[in-house]
Design a protein around this ligand. Sequence first.
Ligand code: ADP
Ligand code: ASP
Ligand code: MG
Length: 422
Amino acid sequence: MRKIIVQKFGGTSVADTEKIKNVAKIVIKEKQNGNDVVVVVSAMGHTTDYLVKMAKDLCANPSGREMDMLLSTGEGVSIALLAMAIQAQGYDAVSFNAMQIGIMTENVHSKARIVDIKTEKLKENLKEGKIIVVAGFQGVTEDGEITTLGRGGSDTSAVALAAALNAERCDIYTDVEGVYTTDPRVVPNASRLDEISYEEMLELAHAGANVLHPRSVETAKQFNVPMRVRSSFKLDNLGTLILGVEKMEIYKPVTGVAADLSQARIVVCDVPDKPGVAAKIFSRLAKENISVDMIIQSYARKVSNTNDIAFTIDSVDLNKTVEALEALKSEIGATGDIQVDENIAKVSIVGAGMIDRPGVASAMFETLAEQNINIRMISTSEIKISCLVDKCDAQQAVKALHKVFELESNEIAEVKGDLPNV
Ligand code: ADP
Ligand code: ASP
Ligand code: MG
């Protein structure tokens, strides 16, 4: 049996026709190695950001359906161009969008989850020797509605395809040489990791290391798909392997540092201190498909018998959240304001090496204190500690933590592509 390799190329890797030619070469090389190849591509360069900007210029609160109709078009352009580039180099290629294949998702706009992938068409075309180019980021519901998987979701399309096809590996080609100890755009001498476990990568991705879409790592872990992150532009190293095994001994308590700048903090003030209030708030948000991250409930004030409930959400859900809470206020008997703060960031340290090792949290807090950075909320898991800080302090916090936990290398990381200018 021939092995199937799934390759995914992000926006920077397909930003212009020269870069698409380069991608075609990498794809053909894998085919020449004797493997069947399925390629997943993102929209070219910052296309998705421009599409979002145009929508916002026209409508303050565009409907989820029309946003998905719009954003899914970006990937449609790159699949056809890449298939042409591969054909021009003498190989047989065919492009498909999610609807043509049957990348089935739940009926949710802007962050749908994949529920099933039909493999018939893919297998047929692979059998005919074709290289298949698939649009990332998009899906279709049972009713034929177009959905998208959330920003950065092409990684998840790729891993889900790899799982459905029982592929040998899923290679994520991007604009850096792998997964680093922190974002090399923030800390240029961050260290590239040769390997990282699914668990640590999942925490890092959730903590804001947007090199991988969190759900891609979740899917890889669930279906045991080996993943590799490597550069499209520099092929002389294999990047970072993400897999299930932990190293026998872990010497460093922290593997990576990340910041998430896209959170917002909400405080529901003066809610009655009685059973069922938190349940009502969070079940209402769950019904609206809003994910909540950090949560703090203050001690009840003795005189008024009320407390405050503070939590963080993804900023994209901010309007929806405030609307839902305003509607709920009288039902739960909240007498205070609903306060919103978008000027915050979550800074996290992640590492399997912190398990059973005392002093890691205190070292984090001391480091932030030395930098005169105020901590607004704290949350922990077995292998992660997160602090909510002011947005303007996030970069300084990442740099200081990266240094204190001895993650620096002697080399400067190479980063291609620029930041969106929209
Ligand atoms: P693509 O368009 O290929 O999907 P992304 O922009 O989504 O690329 O992800 C790559 C970017 O992720 C890098 O350019 C880098 O700035 C950022 N990044 C954040 N954290 C990390 C990390 N720990 N390691 C590597 N890159 C990171
Ligand atoms: N094009 C989409 C985005 O920019 C999906 C992706 O790149 O993974 O978010
Ligand atoms: Mg990405």
